[in-house]
Design a protein around this ligand. Structure first.
Ligand code: PHE
Length: 349
């Protein structure tokens, strides 16, 4: 049978036990666990307190007072112990030798990929002329890619743009020209858009990649003439290369334009002379001209496919390779450099 004296003795013993347990502890979690083991609802002190109820009422106050004292002592020990931990951590921090005069560690800043820079710049230049940006899917229907552009299934022009067929009627687009179709389906003239984007072809050599980037242009309005097309491309080339280079048009065939022309510009390497101080210019193969894209006046057949009145409206279109543009301006000599992610290349631009 417990007496007040035996309960108090037990509490004193627990208090000593707690002090011994906590003394070597050096992390907060362990200290809190020890505290719970003694003071928690099912803790050892609580267990002893249950005896309290069985004492004669007259003896309870003495024991109650002892319980409070011991609880207080335990809480005090815990608080002191935790404060000590914080102080030690701070002291350790302060003791660490920090040399604030050491130079900083530079973090290399990132930047946009050359192709992205060139794409955004091209968009800006065309925006100055009132062209908005339009986009279309890279996985495109055969109809938008070929049929609507007057390239039916048996047309020999398909050979030049062999591609990856997803199904018989769905392809990876071989050019950005399907965006012409989507734009004319979605809005009425006047239209002025440029469509930059990735295209795919079965090509693979130092100047051709199975995936590359084009920028398409389309303008449809009353009275648009071939000279408008020339003016737009001349403006573009001069702004993009920041030089008074000339542009020329060679008659060529694209089923969706009539007349059609291949666009050449004066070689940005030799300035059109065909020769460099070091010898013949290899970029233009000494001709002084380099091809940059295709162009022409929108064929009435194309207008018919999208319901534009070809009696009332005329239009011009062009398509250029952005890798080629960047190559010519920055002297990149293998198209693969754009896609390899080699930092030595990326950091040059
Ligand atoms: N889509 C053609 C190509 O990729 C280029 C082009 C665009 C030609 C617009 C004429 C008009 O080869």
């Amino acid at each position: 049978m417990s007496t007040a004296a035996s309960i108090i003795a037990e509490l004193e013993r627990l208090s000593g036990e707690f002090a011994a347990l906590i003394a070597p502890l050096a992390d907060e979690q362990a200290i809190r666990a020890a505290q719970a083991q003694f003071l928690g609802k099912k803790g050892q002190v609580s267990t002893v307190m249950k005896e309290l109820g069985r004492l004669p009422p007259a003896e309870r106050p003495v024991v109650g007072e002892a319980v409070n004292r011991i609880k207080g002592a335990i809480e005090h020990t815990v608080a002191a112990k935790l404060a000590d931990l914080v102080a030690r951590a701070r002291a350790a921090d302060l003791a660490r030798v920090v040399d604030v005069t050491l130079p900083g560690r530079p973090h290399g800043g990132g930047h946009l990929h050359l192709l992205t820079q060139v794409r955004l710049e091209a968009i800006d230049i065309f925006a100055e002329l009132g062209f908005a940006v339009a986009e279309g899917p890279q996985v495109e229907t055969d109809w938008h890619t070929f049929e609507a552009l007057a390239i039916p299934k048996d047309h020999p022009a398909r050979d030049m743009q062999d591609t990856f067929y997803v199904t018989d009627d769905v392809v990876l687009r071989t050019h950005t020209s399907p965006v012409q179709i989507r734009t004319m389906q979605a809005q009425r003239p006047p239209i002025r858009i440029v469509a930059p984007g990735v295209v795919y072809r079965r090509d693979d050599d130092p100047t051709h990649s199975p995936m590359f980037t084009q920028i398409e242009g389309l303008a449809v309005d009353v009275d648009l003439k071939f000279s408008d097309l020339k003016g737009v491309l001349l403006h573009f080339v001069r702004r993009f290369f920041r030089r008074d280079l000339d542009v020329r048009f060679r008659p060529s065939y694209f089923p969706f334009v009539e007349p059609g022309a291949e666009v050449d510009m004066q070689c940005s390497f030799c300035g059109g002379s065909g020769a460099l101080p070091t010898g013949p210019c290899r970029v233009c193969k000494t001709t002084g001209w380099v091809e940059i894209g295709g162009s022409g006046m929108v064929d009435p057949d194309v207008f018919a496919h999208v319901g534009v009145d070809s009696e009332r409206y005329t239009g011009f279109a062009f398509g250029m390779g952005l890798e080629r543009m960047a190559m010519l301006r920055h002297g990149v000599n293998d198209i693969k450099f754009y896609y390899e992610g080699d930092l030595r290349f990326l950091q040059m631009f």
